[in-house]
Design a protein around this ligand. Sequence first.
Ligand SMILES: [Zn+2]
Length: 155
Amino acid sequence: MICEICGKEFGGRGTEVIIDGAQLTVCPNCAKFGTRVEIHKEERKLYPKKKKVKMPAKSDKEKFIIVPDYSKIIKNARENRKLSQKDLAFKINEKESVIHRLETESMSPSYTLAKKLEKALEIKIIDKISEVEIPKLDTDSKNLNIGDIIKIKKK
Ligand SMILES: [Zn+2]
């Protein structure tokens, strides 16, 4: 058998996989790049033609910066409002331990959490956020990338 991905000859029957909507017979090494063919009649429905999905250049975390003294800001704002950690936690629908960890700097807030805190305490702890929309990742993006790799190899 000759692998349809890497072009190497190999022994055995080969593995039929779906990659980027195409069914290929590949060597065991390349089988991991695709989805194994199991039920032939369903494969087309499960793997429709690829959609254009742009991978985000940076992870969600890098899109914003939490101000360095967020702990103090949160604590001060909370105390000014005469809220206990528990009260604040309740207000933003989080666990009391989350507030505790934030105020002791043992945890930095996620963007969503920071936003909730900003709103609840009328503070500013998010320093900067990129204007770039973060595209939603779905399972297609994985297939798309593999497809693109194959196209490059075929050139
Ligand atoms: Zn191969």
